[in-house]
Design a protein around this ligand. Structure first.
Ligand code: HEM
Length: 528
């Protein structure tokens, strides 16, 4: 039992806290400034009790219907501004990029897992700008994109061949396609088989990372002193997991980076994102220890740090949609047969002549956006929008999922309908294009967006040109129609995952088999 005087003191402090919080969030701002509207809050907790662990994008979309495209909620004392319209996001994050390009500080990421900040979690400081400049040169210019085309072509050849030999394992083949492509682009290192030990280890690291929590939204981010809790104490599981992931991440970063450094020293390194970044950094001066850390971690983030899993998710969404909709497969195949014929496989240079395949890719990105709530930004200084005051330090969450369900742009938004992008005028086509928002906004926009978009298109076109995707059958021969089912969560995951499903993939014809064999032989010759 506490002595009566301490009990009284505790009660008085709690009461004072509640009054201060109430004054700060409700009474005082209303006399000077108005926060955007939002659901009612509880003292001290704010809206924490209303934010579910999963599917927050749906709760936030419901709130947007009630309170508007820009709403304000509180997680304890911290204001969170939720933007549900692409136009408002552009107005704030793009046009006023100077104030909106920081990331919220994450104790879990920046203190427990990574010894120093890495790209996705960095503030928008000098280092961040330097890294983004490297990415611009390595991923976003026309010549950079051209440079990756042979790798994309080769990996498509492998994927089609793997699918013909072992179609039941399609999930692991797609995972391999994405991982191998990123490995070659990031490090210039070829991957020999799906069971590659390093890729399996990297996949394990990435999934471990995604289960410990996302940027600035775990309990330790709200109660910082929890990071000092001894690892043996009950309740310290989050810290034990974070420290495990820290070691796994360091290993995943070190192994391929050292291979590239040795190959560079021997003059045998293939051009890659890592060689490009190292050469750029060396241009001005010798490499500082910090440069090595920053570059090696940026590379491992490119390769495996969760972002490319966004592409994987889009590829799986494509397979799911094609399994559910045989009529879309037929329509796309008719377009491919007409434009490309059966004497070769589709190439990225055919893209403009295959508008229906493009509509499918757009609908994949809109229907199940890989990052439904984007990555959070942080407002660096007070700002105003319309009649609202937006306080410095607010976390900005873009509800990309809700943007893709804007009823003024998309009818029947839960349906997979590529036709919605057909025969619309140029203005509507531009505002409907999901690539204008699914990759985020402003100065932190996804640097991998062109690569991701072209990899998804290439896979869609090649797969539809050569394979039939049918529904699997159950033990009594009935077709199994997969239910579109996606897992999500801002707290535990940043992205929406496709739940596993089955489908029946077969080559369309003898000719398709020949084309796959020819491409594979070409790839095999390249490897040797
Ligand atoms: C369909 C695939 C992808 C989607 C939907 C996607 C989406 C996003 C989004 C929404 C963001 C946050 C942007 C913002 O803060 O406003 C982001 C950031 C990022 N993405 Fe992607 N991404 C994809 C693929 C990729 C790929 C293939 C790479 C690597 C080549 C990549 C690398 C990154 C990096 C490094 C960041 C952090 C940038 C920063 O913090 O400055 N992404 N992505």
């Amino acid at each position: 039992m506490l002595p009566a005087s301490i009990e009284t003191l505790l009660c008085a402090s709690i009461l004072l806290g509640i009054i201060c919080h109430y004054l700060c969030t409700r009474i005082l701002p209303s006399s000077r400034s108005v926060l955007p509207p939002g659901p009612p809050q509880l003292p001290l907790l704010g809206n924490v009790h209303q934010i579910s662990l999963e599917y927050q994008h749906k709760t936030f979309a419901e709130w947007a219907r009630k309170y508007g495209d820009l709403i304000c909620i509180h997680a304890f004392h911290r204001p969170i501004l939720i933007v549900s319209s692409a136009n408002v996001a552009r107005e704030l994050l793009e046009k006023r990029g100077g104030k909106y390009s920081d990331r919220p500080y994450s104790i879990l990421a920046n203190k427990l897992v990574f010894p120093k900040p890495i790209l996705g979690f960095m503030p928008y400081d000098e280092t961040c700008r330097r890294l983004r400049k490297y990415f611009l040169g390595a991923l976003e210019t026309k010549s950079a994109v051209e440079q990756y085309r042979p790798m994309q072509r080769a990996e498509i050849g492998r994927l089609l061949s793997d699918l013909t030999h072992n179609p039941k394992e399609f999930l692991s083949h797609i995972r391999r396609y994405n991982g191998a492509l990123m490995m070659e682009i990031t490090y210039g290192l070829p991957v020999s088989s799906a069971d590659d030990e390093f890729m399996a280890f990297a996949n394990g690291t990435v999934s471990a990372l995604s289960t410990i929590g996302s940027a600035a939204s775990t309990l330790v981010d709200f109660i910082p002193m929890l990071r000092h809790i001894p690892t043996w104490m009950p309740g310290a599981g989050f810290k034990r997991r974070a420290l495990e992931v820290k070691d796994m991440w360091a290993e995943m970063t070190r192994i391929p980076f050292e291979k590239v450094r040795s190959a560079m020293a021997l003059g045998t390194a293939k051009p890659s994102l890592t060689t490009f970044m190292l050469q750029e950094a060396l241009r001005d001066s010798a490499l500082a220890e910090d440069d090595e850390y920053i570059i090696s971690n940026a590379a491992s983030q490119m390769y495996g740090g969760g972002r490319p899993s966004f592409t994987l998710n889009a590829l799986l969404t494509f397979f799911l949609a094609m399994t559910i909709h045989p009529e879309i497969v037929k329509k796309a195949q008719a377009e491919l047969d007409l434009v490309v014929g059966n004497s070769r496989l589709p190439e990225l240079s055919d893209r403009d002549s295959l508008p229906y395949i493009d509509c499918i890719v757009k609908e994949v990105l809109r229907w199940n956006p890989a990052a439904p709530l984007g990555l959070p930004h942080r407002l660096q200084e007070d700002d105003t929008y319309e009649r609202y005051t937006l306080p410095a330090g607010s976390m900005i969450v873009t509800n990309i999922w809700a943007m893709g369900r804007d009823p003024s742009l998309y009818s029947e938004p839960d349906e997979f309908l590529p036709e919605r992008f057909q025969e619309v005028d140029a203005e509507k086509a531009a505002s409907q294009d999901p690539r204008k928002y699914v990759f985020g906004f402003g100065r932190r926009i996804c640097p991998g967006r062109f690569l991701a978009d072209s990899s998804i298109w290439l896979l869609a076109a090649n797969l539809l040109a050569t394979m039939d995707i049918r529904r699997a059958r159950d033990s009594v021969g009935r077709e199994v129609v997969p239910t579109p089912s996606f897992k999500s969560g801002l707290i535990r995951r940043e992205h929406l995952e496709v739940e596993p499903f089955e489908c029946d993939i077969r080559p369309r014809s003898e000719r398709a088999m020949d084309l796959i064999t020819e491409r594979y032989a070409e790839v095999f010759t390249q490897d040797n």
